[in-house]
Design a protein around this ligand. Structure first.
Ligand code: ZN
Length: 69
């Protein structure tokens, strides 16, 4: 929990900032998608992130729950 800093005004901002530091290295083929990014989609109280590897097409997904203020 110590790595989470209050640098955003909303839970989504904080989450988006957090994801900027997530690696974009494909777990399937090892391709480093330096120019890529996670796509965020909010669904109710959670955020679904997806990243499609441009090399092999593998799809990685991560889901985060937003804090309720
Ligand atoms: Zn890949």
């Amino acid at each position: 929990m110590s790595e989470l800093e209050d640098i955003g005004s909303t839970p989504f901002d904080r989450m988006a900032s957090h994801m900027e530091h997530e690696d974009l290295v494909c777990s399937e083929c090892g391709y480093d998608d330096e120019d890529g990014s996670w796509r965020a989609r909010t669904t109710g109280g959670q955020v679904l992130y997806t990243h499609v590897c441009p090399s092999c097409g593998a799809i990685r997904k991560r889901t985060y729950h937003l804090d309720r203020d």
